[in-house]
Design a protein around this ligand. Structure first.
Ligand SMILES: Cc1ncc(COP(=O)(O)O)c(C=O)c1O
Length: 437
């Protein structure tokens, strides 16, 4: 019998996983007991080590193994696509190992337990009382954005997006033959806000649906209650539907608070929410998200879009990972947010002290930081391409170029800080060297 002390000495989750991995496929009962034991050992989430470096190369990781395709070279520190280099919560790994120990991986229905875990999580984390009927499981957030555009608007109708914003927001509109209407965020001295006057104008000009990013990737805003309320007032006045992508909702830095848009709305026919445990618990490769809407008609129109394409089921691993994350991941997530907050502070200080022309903006939420490199670009006469080349070829750091997020992204870079702190600080050091060489 492994004691709690042995467990921690052996490296916590890794030991737990090897214990579970040692189970024979038929020994599901034993595996279940092991998982229960692992859960009880996880009462002290401070034992989780986010500083530990994990080699992801050779796992077909988009972030690591996709470097040559994206940057033209595979020797950059990859700080781009939005997943983290941290091990997922031990409880998630243990649940996956337990499921894998059963040797049949057949068609799997969505268990009611998963909805219960979602409802519990939303209540506990965001004070949002979600009803069971509102929720449907889908293979991802982006598929819901696409389906919602198709189901809730007609070809040629206007869909509003607020750049700079996560790239698929644009393609969800243009690839479905809708009219892309831009309501660019306003930036003032590094602070972003929504342009409500222009939003109203877009609605007057025929905008039928708004794709909201809340919290907002890439600028890191966590929208305040008054901002969301103003947005809803406009939506009500102009009969605008809001699809609120809240995938980053759990990743918010104190004292900011995420407010689910639907919690403020007394007319559910106006708001559809899309969220997932994927970013929060670093399981985005699993492919699972929830679509939530209090209005049956709206819900069934979007669901019908999935039915038409016969996209109705999820793989068994995504289901157990999501449930374990919502049920057992709270402590892990709290430690993660502490770790990221500290990393963010160090990045802000380092840029201010050592990287002339690069101003890091404080993110209120997400593990993404928005670096204003306009002064650097201007001082050296660099366009966006040349700025990226400098960072990739001289500094060997692979971040996302701000231009891919549309209007307002020029001269910015998006830095993913979801990696051991040492990796982030080394990357900044490389940039410093490149700028002074
Ligand atoms: C705002 C936003 N929405 C959606 C996604 C992706 O969601 P999914 O992988 O569930 O389609 C991301 C990933 O970076 C994102 O930042």
């Amino acid at each position: 019998m492994t004691t709690r002390r042995d467990f921690l000495k052996l490296g916590g989750g890794a030991a737990a996983l090897s214990m579970v991995a040692a189970c024979q496929p038929a020994a599901t009962e034993n595996a279940t007991k092991d998982v229960a034991m692992i859960d009880s050992m996880l009462i002290d989430p401070k034992m989780i080590d986010f500083g530990q470096s994990i080699d992801r190369q050779g796992t077909d990781s988009v972030k690591w193994d996709g470097r040559a395709a994206i940057f033209g070279t595979d020797d950059v520190v990859p700080l781009w696509v939005a997943d983290m280099d941290f091990a997922s919560p031990p409880a998630v790994r243990a649940a996956l190992v337990e499921r894998a120990a059963h040797p049949v991986y057949g068609y799997t229905q969505v268990p009611e337990r998963l909805y219960d875990s979602l409802i519990g999580w939303q209540k506990q984390r965001h004070g949002w009382e979600v009803e069971r009927d509102w929720a449907a499981v889908t293979p991802g957030v982006v598929p819901v954005l696409y389906a919602a555009v198709r189901a809730l608007t007609r070809a040629g109708e206007g869909v509003i997006v607020q750049p700079p914003v996560y790239t698929p927001f644009f393609s969800a509109v243009t690839e479905n033959d809708r009219r892309l209407m831009l309501n660019p965020l306003r930036e003032q001295d590094g602070h972003y806000s929504m342009d409500f006057d222009n939003l109203e104008q877009c609605a007057r000009d025929g905008g039928k649906l708004l794709l909201l990013c809340s919290p907002h990737n890439p600028v890191g805003r966590v929208w305040r209650r008054d901002e969301l309320q103003t947005l809803l007032d406009i939506a009500r006045k102009h009969d605008l539907i809001v699809v609120s992508d809240e995938i980053h909702a759990d990743l918010v830095y104190a004292p900011n608070t995420h407010i689910p848009l639907a919690m403020l709305e007394d007319m559910p026919e106006r708001v559809m929410t899309v969220l997932a445990p994927s970013k929060s618990f670093n399981i985005p490769g699993m492919g699972l998200a929830f679509m939530l809407c209090g209005e049956p008609e709206l819900r069934s129109r979007v669901r019908a879009e999935f039915t038409r394409l016969h996209i109705e089921s999820n793989n068994p691993f995504s289901l157990v990972a999501a449930e374990a994350a919502y049920r057992h991941g709270a402590g892990w997530l709290d430690v993660l947010m502490h770790y990221l907050a500290k990393t963010q502070d160090l990045v802000l200080d380092y840029c201010a002290a050592y990287l002339p022309g690069i101003r890091a903006l404080r993110s209120e939420g997400t593990f993404l930081m928005w670096l204003d490199c306009r002064a650097l670009a201007q001082a050296r006469g660099l366009d966006d391409r040349a700025l990226l080349r400098l960072l990739v070829e001289k500094a060997k750091v692979g971040m996302s170029s701000g231009v891919i997020y549309g209007q307002g992204g020029e001269g910015f870079m998006r830095l993913n800080i979801g990696a051991p702190r040492q990796v982030i600080m080394d990357a900044l050091e490389r940039i410093k060297q490149a700028l002074t060489a």
